[in-house]
Design a protein around this ligand. Structure first.
Ligand code: MOS
Length: 725
């Protein structure tokens, strides 16, 4: 008999939780286990969105605007008359939208026939083959009514100046400070460009839509699709079982998916749309460039009394997102007066949105470099300055911190890296220096549901959560196995199907904690029922090797479970829990060699020491932290999106022209150390976000090392050779 306990658990995260996962005794959670999806991925058998080609599938290629701003006046389908195999040109106004990247599933802001930036998708050419569609997309004649004098650079565009966030009196504190720095920084736009380009295959059966697409947040994406098409969410099913990276660029539904859905419905055949790498660069949300000003004032003995971090970012007109540049600057160190002001410029450039660690990834490069300059001006060890200014409570609102081992990370890292022996030295033409920075990234909990089905011989975990290369399949299986006394091989994890219970999706480093908590809660419900059936208290129950024990009783799971026990649990989002403030903290250390003639920077070694709550899988966690640090290195030294200053089009449109850190740029000596931590206030499994902490601050450690080696402070990143010498 199938017993369903799905209604029994709806959990709100508002108090400290028992450390159940520490007492289950299996040692599965936390273990560095391989990802079960790994072999499928490396052997090319994991079906990504574009891999499933339904019978009769047509191919669509997006046509992109060649003006900076204005209106499409005509799309001349006749211009394709001679091209054999063209089926249609779709110009539905619902498609000429570039949806806002949001989690609420709200409608896109751009509507109709308006063009907001060069490269914006405006039509879809559909053909019998991809090659024909691509050829026809190049040939299609489009006429426009272009606006004159459109500002395509942040400097020349309209500026929206926001109200500052403040605590205390910054101006008074800064005026009275004995030692001050006032520094300007600039960072260019960044692109996410995950390995798997954005792709969608849409197929209708009557009024029911199945969309296979590369997406991070299926539950929200389903609402966005329904909203964009003007249909009921019940008519939409999204499948995204495997996603080849996202980094934020697949948080929201994209034009390729909406175009595929509209074309497939109109033509009565499935339609596949895959973006080229160039289209990804041109039209997928970028990370905004930033101009930042950091002002710090301190007493002579190094107590920071005034702290200000202002920034200017950009986005197209009407878009709500603005890179939260000073996010970590607001909670990392205390001061008597703090002030943070943001300005948003409105140039006609590709819209900006979340790219891995929005805010911290670039904000902390500037902020932690400025802290280093303050230390230099004070004649103080930068490590000591940071240790001295760790606040007791959140400097903006007085909230207590939840688990926070910032000082431990700084001290532990300094010890391991040999900070005490830090000395600039020379090896031939190479100048060697060492730098460090704090790491910090906000921690979030997003509503998530999961279902766990237990049979006598194993369990199945079901949720619409995604695995974007981060290890979701592994960790959700581990949590269920740990809780239910099974091996990971006995647990099957099913993800990325919007018909399954709706999870947080993958974003903001909240996926593992949110979806993991839901799996934990569902499994906990099953444990409680098993204890009842066994006749013991839930606290006395132990489960391992398929055997349940409690008091003097012992029974096999097969005896306790008729055919199947099912429990579904929902964890509520924790964003409203105002009692305490949860974030991940750490410390980055870097040693660089700078060629004194060419300005070339080689990173010799890097170390990240991090405390990010319970580690759910030591291997996947380490990979996330390392990946973040590599991106931190790339931001500091390589990555730079360039736009033409005449029409705003993206110039660096592929991975040849936009340089990401490659194998030889990354040092062999790259270490990640996790300090043991449990965050009782973050969520029931006491974990915190990992994916984005690794990047947050890593680039600053490199800039600070360059300064130590050369005496040169690079304040425009990337630190290209001509900026270093
Ligand atoms: Mo992340 S940039 O929220 O996927």
């Amino acid at each position: 008999m199938r017993d369903d306990f799905s209604e029994t658990t709806h959990f709100k995260m508002d108090k400290a939780q028992p450390r159940l996962l520490d007492n289950t005794g299996q040692g599965i959670v936390g273990a560095p286990l391989d990802r079960p999806d790994g072999p499928l991925k490396v052997s090319g058998t994991a079906p990504y969105a574009a891999d499933v080609l339904p019978t009769g599938c047509l191919h669509g290629v997006l046509v992109r605007a060649t003006i900076s701003r204005g209106k499409v006046t005509a799309v001349d389908k006749g211009s394709l008359a001679g091209v054999e195999g063209v089926v249609d040109v779709i110009t539905d106004p619902r498609m000429i939208r570039n949806p806002a990247q949001g989690m609420a599933g709200e409608a896109p802001v751009q509507t109709g026939d308006e063009v907001h930036y060069h490269g914006q998708p405006i039509a879809l050419v559909v053909a019998e083959s991809f090659e024909t569609a691509r050829d026809a997309a190049h040939r299609l004649k489009v006429t426009y009514e272009a606006e004159d004098g459109v500002a395509v650079t942040p400097d020349t565009a309209e500026q929206e100046v926001g109200d500052p966030d403040t605590a205390g009196d910054f101006n008074a504190a800064y005026d009275g400070a004995a030692v001050k720095v006032d520094l300007d920084y600039f960072s260019p736009s960044h692109v996410a460009a995950p390995m798997e380009p954005h792709a969608a295959v849409a197929e209708w059966t009557g009024n029911q839509l199945v969309l296979r697409s590369a997406l991070q947040m299926v539950r929200f994406n389903k609402l966005e699709v329904a909203d964009s098409l003007g249909i009921s969410p019940d008519a939409v099913r999204i499948l995204a079982p495997y996603v080849g990276g996202g980094f934020g660029s697949k948080l929201g539904i994209g034009p390729e998916a909406i175009a595929a859905c509209i074309a497939a419905q109109k033509l009565g055949r499935p339609v596949r749309v895959v973006m080229s790498r160039q289209t990804v660069f041109d039209s997928v949300l970028r990370r905004s460039e930033t101009a930042q000003r950091v002002r710090l004032g301190a007493t002579k003995d190094g107590r920071i009394v005034a702290l200000s971090h202002d920034d200017r970012v950009s986005n197209i007109q009407g878009e709500g997102f603005a890179e939260p540049v000073s996010q970590a600057s607001q909670f990392l160190y205390g001061a008597d007066g703090l002030s943070f002001q943001q300005t948003v410029a409105r140039p006609a450039m590709t819209p900006s949105g979340s790219v891995r660690a929005p805010g911290e990834a670039v904000g902390m490069i500037a902020f932690e470099a400025a802290v280093d300059e303050l230390a230099e001006k004070l004649g103080m060890d930068p490590l000591e300055l940071r240790l001295k200014n760790i606040p007791d409570t959140h400097p903006m609102d007085g909230r207590p911190y939840s688990a926070r081992r910032l000082a431990d990370c700084l001290n532990d890292g300094a010890e391991r890296f040999g900070w005490a022996d830090r000395k600039m030295r020379r090896e031939g033409d190479w100048l060697i220096g060492m730098g460090m920075a704090s790491a910090a990234r906000t921690n979030m909990l997003i509503e998530s549901a999961a279902r766990v089905r237990l049979t006598g011989t194993g369990a199945i975990v079901e949720t619409d959560m995604t695995d974007i290369g981060t290890g979701t399949y592994a960790i959700l299986g581990q949590i269920a196995a740990e809780m239910l006394g099974l091996s990971v091989e006995q647990v099957e994890v099913r993800l990325g199907d919007s018909d399954l219970p709706g999870a947080s999706g993958s974003g903001g480093s909240f996926g593992a904690s949110s979806a993991g908590s839901a799996v934990f809660m569902a499994a906990k419900t099953l444990r409680e029922e098993l204890a009842k059936r066994l006749g013991c208290e839930a606290d006395d129950l132990t489960l391992s090797g398929g055997i349940a024990r409690g008091g003097n009783v012992e029974k096999s799971l097969a005896d306790l479970v008729d055919s199947e026990m099912v429990a579904e649990a929902t964890i509520e989002g924790g964003k409203t829990a105002k009692e305490s403030f949860s974030a991940g903290f750490g410390a980055h250390f870097a040693e660089v060699a700078v060629n004194e003639w060419t300005g070339e920077v080689r990173v010799r070694r890097m170390l990240g020491v991090m405390a990010m709550g319970r580690i759910l899988n030591e291997k996947t966690a380490r990979s996330q932290a390392l990946g973040g640090m590599v991106w931190g290195l790339g931001s500091a030294l390589h990555e730079e999106m360039m736009n033409d200053t005449r029409d705003g089009h993206v110039v660096t449109r592929d991975l040849a022209n936009y340089h990401v850190a490659s194998h030889l740029d990354v040092p062999r000596d790259m270490k990640v150390v996790f300090l043991e931590e449990r965050d009782d206030e973050a969520n029931p499994i006491q974990s915190k976000g990992i994916g984005e902490l690794g990047i947050s601050g890593a680039g600053a450690a490199i800039l600070n090392a360059i300064a130590h080696a050369t005496g040169k402070r690079v304040r425009t990143i990337p630190a290209l050779p001509d900026r270093v010498i």
